[in-house]
Design a protein around this ligand. Structure first.
Ligand code: NAD
Length: 555
């Protein structure tokens, strides 16, 4: 079969841009994905569609879908077309949702084997993945937050150690270089190292730990940024560094530790041996992966004890280690709570846009607009300046930018205008990571140690999805899964198409205002002062139940 790439240009294959845009987003996640043959986009097993039959059925359906019809997709398989109305979503989806007691990794693997479910990641099955760029600003903001908190504002001359150069982890070397650091990334699969180098995300590769350390030390001495990919296993390299007394300044890991069967590679095994063992002895392979994770996390704790800044980068590595007996695993901070919560409390999060025509100049025009019109927003302007300089194009040209309530709407409406008056060469799709203020409950990543203890309450992403449907979004999706697929997470995704029409303007305004509005209210409800300030400043209509009397008490 021919390799799938996203269509470019302005020729429509569907009955309108809303359907065409979503079709291109599907093609784009496959174009950018890690293993197209298996429909795998990122995060070990995160798939774009159930199987190839489903993929072709989705493509065919989108080409025929009329305005006023809604396509329903269940775990990557199109189920049916429903008559709705022209302001209803084009697509609603639910991916990888299992009821609580049944939400175990074993049940998930069994159901996936039977072809009944897929792990959709956050942005794979929702067709919102834009390559490693999708998390790069988040990773950069984490590094800069660490720089401000611990290293007088700069990572120049600092040594960052991490692992995993997959779909998302591949953002780390470039984010590290953008933050000025000398970053060492350990990766077991040489093909992934090569892929990141070809994409312009990684500078140098080696299979020798000594050579890697020399490169890092030289760069540190000259306060020069460098990214080095080391072909090796983190479960071996981390303890080896600790034994030699080499303590990095910052340590994390972004291997697919959430998945013990298809993700994390145990030490001492080749990739071929892992493939074989996956079939012959899946339980043994998972046990070996967990033992290796325990070794790696024990070394991470050793680095922490010796002064390094150590954090979990959202792959559930601490949970796996704790299950293997590393009782101190949760002394390692989670990145959201440690570095990003003040942003999420104001619903500032990873917003993103894709130039559907394929013209990279459209992204440059939007960059310029942001630099001019958001000049008072330091996060956005600093980032756009850097992204413009460093971030290469992967698939359809795209950009990520952390924006908050009101700002996303302002930007999207301006872009819709630019599509209409021809300043942009074609329509633009907007979406965001599911890791956003209203849209994710993950008590070991997004909502760990919430101020009011509401870490595991998954009403919020469900409400978010329903509100976005009511707000006329073009695609709305609900996902579950996460760490080991054992019901660690519920999340919601949304995509909107700016095709220059008035109807698009209405959809963009309503959905984006409500999406971030609910995000601010989620954190306000948990008692974060920044959110309560945002409610006041932005005029969000919060209902303060504390102001009402308790009639039982009054009696
Ligand atoms: P991926 O499956 O595409 O890549 C994982 C990489 O880790 C692979 O290249 C694999 O070869 C490598 N690897 C596995 N075991 C290793 C070991 N022992 N030593 C060294 N390398 C090893 O996954 P991804 O898309 O890059 O995501 C990685 C993890 O990050 C996942 O758990 C995902 O859920 C999580 N994630 C976090 C965020 C966030 O916001 N922080 C965002 C997206 C994904």
């Amino acid at each position: 079969m021919e390799r799938i790439t996203a269509a470019r240009g302005l020729a429509l294959r569907c009955k309108g841009w809303r359907q065409e845009a979503l079709l291109r987003m599907l093609e784009n996640v496959l174009e950018n994905g890690e293993n197209q043959q298996e429909l795998i986009v990122y995060a070990a097993l995160g798939k774009a569609a159930r199987n190839w039959k489903s993929y072709h059925a989705i493509v065919d359906t989108l080409k025929q879908l009329e305005d006023g019809e809604t396509l329903v997709i269940q775990s990557g398989k199109p189920i049916g077309i429903f008559k709705t109305h022209p302001y209803a979503p084009v697509i609603v989806m639910a991916n990888c949702n299992l009821v609580g007691k049944w939400a175990t990794s074993d049940n998930f693997y069994d159901l996936q084997e039977k072809g009944l479910i897929i792990w959709g990641g956050l942005t794979a099955a929702a067709w919102q993945y834009i390559g490693s760029q999708g998390v790069i600003q988040g990773t950069y903001e984490i590094f800069m937050s660490i720089a401000r908190m611990h290293f007088a504002g700069s990572l120049a001359g600092r040594f960052v150690l991490t692992a995993g150069l997959g779909g998302m982890g591949g953002a780390q070397p470039l984010a590290g270089v953008m933050a000025g650091a000398a970053i060492l990334c350990v990766e077991t699969d040489e093909n992934r190292i090569d892929k990141r180098m070809a994409a312009g995300y990684l500078q140098v590769k080696t299979a020798s730990l000594d050579e890697a350390l020399d490169l890092i030390r030289e760069a540190q001495a000259e306060k020069r940024a460098i990214s080095v990919g080391l072909h090796g296993n983190a479960a071996e390299v981390y303890p080896a560094l600790l034994e030699r007394g080499i303590i990095p300044d910052v340590v994390t890991d972004q291997t697919s530790a959430h998945d013990l069967l298809y993700g994390y590679i145990p030490e001492g095994l080749t990739l071929d041996e892992v493939k074989r063992q996956r079939k012959e002895d899946p339980a043994g392979l998972q046990a070996a992966a967990r033992r290796s994770i325990a070794r790696e996390v024990t070394a991470m704790l050793g680095f922490k004890d010796r002064g390094a800044i150590v954090f979990d980068n959202g792959n559930n590595i601490r949970t796996q280690a704790k299950l293997e007996g590393v009782t101190r695993a949760f002394e390692i901070d989670i990145f959201t709570e440690a570095f990003l919560r003040p942003l999420f409390a104001r619903a500032i999060g990873p917003f993103r846009w894709v130039a559907l025509s394929g013209d990279a100049n459209d992204i440059a025009v939007i960059d310029k607009y942001i630099l001019e019109q958001f000049s008072d927003n330091d996060i956005a302007t600093n980032w756009i300046g850097l992204a413009n300089k460093y971030v290469p194009v992967e698939g359809l040209p795209a950009r990520i930018g952390w924006f908050g309530h009101g700002e996303r709407t302002r930007l999207a409406l301006a872009v819709n205008e630019m599509v209409r008056d021809g300043r942009l060469s074609g329509p633009v799709a907007f979406s965001r990571d599911h890791l956003d203020a209203a849209s994710m409950t993950h008590p070991n990543i997004m909502t760990e140690r919430m101020r009011d203890g509401s870490d595991a309450v998954s009403d919020w992403p469900l409400l978010n999805a329903m509100l976005n449907c009511s707000s006329m979004a073009d695609l709305v999706t609900i996902h579950s899964g996460g760490g080991g697929y054992s019901g660690y997470m519920t999340s919601a995704g949304v995509t909107l198409v700016a095709d220059g029409s008035e109807a698009a303007g209405l959809r963009l305004k309503t959905t984006l205002d409500n999406d971030t509005g609910l995000g601010v209210l989620r954190y306000a409800d948990a008692g974060y002062e920044a959110s309560l300030d945002e409610v006041q400043e932005k005029g969000i209509r919060r209902i303060d139940t504390d102001r009402y009397p308790n009639l039982m008490e009054a009696r």
